[in-house]
Design a protein around this ligand. Structure first.
Ligand code: CU
Length: 153
């Protein structure tokens, strides 16, 4: 009797620990759907299969259809640096990111490629969360140049 109770209590503790870990991974456990976006990379251009983005989880499928090595890098709010490994011509890989509201930069981190045109700027809009009021933040000097603002060569 006593030993059975002890054994039964162990998996419960393990499950609780696992649940805590999952919850800690994302701020809002409401939407667990992941959106797939194809990013076709050529010499030297990145074509995304999607043009409008809402906050949430995304998996970018980077496909290298060029003749030189490429990679995919995403930077923006909440992302320090999300980057794939080098992708050889004909190869593909995935990059999972969580996008928040704001401007993101999707480019190829191979030196020189961004300047050659492998750079896409996306704007992640709101409306994913159910906040009743429309956040019209226009008016008193609120230009939303969130960062950088310099001329990148
Ligand atoms: Cu490249």
């Amino acid at each position: 009797m006593h030993s059975i109770r002890t054994i039964a209590s162990l998996p419960m503790a393990a499950l609780a620990a696992a649940a805590t870990t999952v919850l800690a991974a994302g701020p809002a456990a409401a939407s667990t759907s992941t959106t797939s976006v194809k990013a076709v990379e050529t010499d030297f251009h990145i074509a995304l299969s999607k043009s409008s983005f809402k906050p949430g989880k995304y998996v970018f499928h980077a496909v290298n259809k060029g003749h030189t090595t490429h990679a995919l890098m995403i930077t923006g709010p909440g992302i320090k640096m999300a980057m794939t490994k080098d992708i050889s011509p004909g190869q593909s890989t995935t990059l999972a990111v969580t996008l928040q509201k704001g401007a993101y930069d999707i480019d190829c981190p191979i030196p020189g490629h961004k300047a050659l045109g492998m750079n896409v700027n996306i704007n992640v809009g709101g409306a994913a969360t159910t906040s009743g009021s429309t956040p019209t933040t226009s008016g008193s000097g609120g230009t939303s140049s969130a960062g950088g603002g310099g001329a990148a060569f």
